[in-house]
Design a protein around this ligand. Structure first.
Ligand code: AMP
Ligand code: ZN
Length: 118
């Protein structure tokens, strides 16, 4: 399922360009347009899930793949000295784009320990 009004569904469909990091049948990873760290990319399921409230154990394999790919993709992007992983959910979680995504942030400089939002 995709949501015609969802920006990340449009990126998945190739209707909006992105700087691709990785793609397979289930997930897409691309660089964040407004990076909060020297390297900042997002991993999204191709399936339109709003956030983790919208996911359950039916999505175990998909969620597992999203996290299971992080280490390899981080290394490929040059993150060899650590990185942060953030998933924002809902209003209090400061979610801006309502299509589930995993932020992966790192780089040569120390990454702030505060929230990346705001
Ligand atoms: P969140 O607050 O977790 O919903 O963050 C959404 C993220 O999506 C932000 O870091 C934005 O910079 C990023 N973003 C929004 N539009 C695009 C886009 N067209 N391409 C890449 N990243 C985007
Ligand atoms: Zn979507």
């Amino acid at each position: 399922m995709s949501d015609p009004n969802c920006i990340f569904c449009k990126i998945v469909a190739g209707q909006i360009p992105s700087r691709k990091v990785y793609e397979d049948d289930d997930i897409l990873a691309f660089h964040d347009i407004n990076p909060a760290a020297p390297v900042h990319f997002l991993i999204v399921p191709k399936l339109h899930l709003v956030n983790l409230y919208d996911a359950d154990m039916k999505h175990q394999a998909l969620l597992g793949k999203m996290l299971g790919m992080v280490g390899q993709l981080a290394r490929e992007q040059g993150l060899n000295d650590g990185f942060r992983v953030v998933v924002n959910n809902g209003r209090v979680g400061r979610q801006e784009v309502y299509h589930l995504h995993v932020h992966v942030m790192g780089g040569p400089e120390p990454v702030s320990s505060g929230s990346r939002s705001g």
